[in-house]
Design a protein around this ligand. Structure first.
Ligand code: NAD
Length: 454
């Protein structure tokens, strides 16, 4: 099978950027074989040397931070502020896990007749499949703990956003990671991604993307009882109680829903507001939404850039047909670029598609609720369970609702979801397993128990 190519387009200008070669099946197999060979030496690198190499890798990312950020602005249309945060997050994640090889302790368990100890053994080659919405952070959340645990990694970026992943691969080599330890393989999901699932030398797949593809990956992995971590879609609730600081809740709501133009699996795309505060909240929300500055992502004052592609814009527009219950809408620039305005919908029915389905664009629905129990019921009335927020000044209520909502990442009086030092992942059809945090290495290793007779 011959390699094909993909033309990369700047989503803010629709200008052609460059052509990227997509790996064929045969090329993928060659690179997986090279990663499998590299595993035999990488696993034997002492924990302190593995740590040192990861620290050098983090330093190389830091030195290249502005270049990586500008690359993401051009490739994905992220605002420059967001793109710098994303490159910094990749650096921080590598740094955080550089401390892990020397601290991934086993246990000594008291037993009769001898000594019993556990070891964490690396798995082998880990395949990481990355979506287009946060190319740098999501890549690093997979490869950094996998490498720290002693695995080698093959990583497939999304077809449409491969440029920063390719650069991260170059930086790893420049920092001294041996050949084959971290291999970036641009290619199609149906070719490279699927090969990670079917190739017996790939011992684990880390997939972030749509729930639909995630289910196929999980089913495929079952064939070889292959380890799998899934980070999938979301339809998260932002629950605003009448006793909340409504001003603060309204000011923060656009950020929770429209960051990265809403192309965020953690987007708080359903705002649930207690009935008695519904009207006053909407009054405060309107100016906050109109203030979201949409435009040139290279401009430091821009808050929201374009959608990733014409196709994504079409999908998002499908949720706002003519006659849609638009409460209010922001502005977009004229001319080229895949723009879509920040949009607030106030649907009458819970059956509205916009209430139930993940939109992955800057469209948020506002829904009233009666009381605490009603809020939790509506928040949980979805197959997803990734994140969510609770706005209230009553600490008891905040804790009760946080325990009641079936989601992996909740925040009270903020929209914070992701910190590299805390676990991240979804309930229900939002995923399987957890990334980040102090325990991430456990999901990139097997526990081996050894008994030594006295
Ligand atoms: P997608 O599922 O279409 O693609 C994701 C990745 O999988 C891409 O690299 C793609 O090439 C690859 N892929 C596609 N088909 C494949 C197959 N059959 N086998 C193996 N790999 C395959 O998703 P997308 O459109 O790139 O991303 C958007 C989706 O990702 C949204 O639903 C969003 O919620 C989700 N997402 C989730 C998280 C999270 O952490 N939970 C983070 C970001 C995005």
């Amino acid at each position: 099978m011959t390699a094909t190519t993909f033309d990369i387009i700047n989503p803010a200008t629709e200008e052609f950027l460059e052509t990227v070669e997509l790996a064929s099946l045969a090329e993928t197999d060659t690179l997986i074989a090279r990663a499998a060979a590299a595993f035999e030496t990488w696993r034997k690198v002492s924990p302190s040397d593995r740590a040192l190499l990861l620290r050098r890798f983090a330093a190389a990312v830091d030195a290249d931070l502005e270049n990586l950020a500008q690359l993401e602005v051009r490739n994905a249309g992220h605002t420059i502020g967001n793109a710098r945060w994303e490159a910094g997050n990749a650096r921080d994640v590598i740094n955080y896990y550089s401390a892990a090889p020397e601290r991934h302790f086993g246990r000594q368990i008291p037993v009769a007749g001898g000594l019993d100890v556990t070891f964490h053994e690396p798995l082998g080659v880990v395949g990481v499949i990355v979506p287009w919405n946060f190319p740098m952070p999501i890549a690093a959340w997979g490869f950094a703990p996998a490498l720290a645990a002693g695995n080698t990694v093959v990583l497939k970026p999304a077809e449409i956003t491969p440029l920063t992943a390719i650069r991260l691969g170059e930086l790893a080599r420049e920092a001294g990671l041996p050949d084959g330890v971290l291999t970036i393989i641009p290619g199609k999901g149906s070719v490279v991604g699927e090969r990670f699932v079917t190739h017996p030398a790939v011992r684990k797949v880390v997939f972030t993307g749509s729930t639909q593809v995630g289910k196929q990956i999980m089913a495929g992995c079952a064939e070889q009882v292959k380890r799998v971590t899934l980070e999938l879609g979301g339809k998260s609730a932002n629950i605003v109680f009448a006793d909340a600081d409504l001003q603060a809740a309204a000011a923060a709501a656009p950020g929770g829903a429209f960051d990265n133009a809403g192309q965020d699996c953690c987007a708080r795309s359903r705002i649930l507001v207690e009935k008695s505060a519904y009207d006053s909240f909407l009054e405060l929300l309107e100016p906050a939404v109109r203030a979201v500055k949409v435009g040139d992502p290279t401009d430091e004052s821009t808050v929201m850039g374009p959608l990733i592609s014409a196709r994504q814009r079409e999908t998002v527009a499908g949720f706002v047909p003519s006659g849609a219950p638009i409460a209010f809408q922001g502005e977009v620039p004229e001319g080229p670029g895949f723009w879509f305005p920040p949009t607030v919908l106030a649907p009458d029915s819970f059956d509205d598609r916009a209430v139930r389905e993940e939109i992955f664009g800057p469209v948020v629905v506002v829904v009233p609720f009666n009381d605490e129990a009603d809020a939790v019921r509506i928040a949980n009335d979805t197959e997803y369970g990734l994140s969510g927020s609770i706005w209230t000044q009553d600490i008891g209520r905040a804790l009760r609702v946080a325990r009641g909502v079936d989601a992996g990442n909740l925040s009270v009086n903020s929209h914070s979801s992701v910190r590299y030092s805390t676990p991240f992942g979804g309930f229900k059809q939002s995923g399987l397993g957890r990334e980040l945090g102090p325990d991430a290495l456990d999901s990139f290793s097997e526990v081996k128990n050894v008994f030594i007779a006295h």
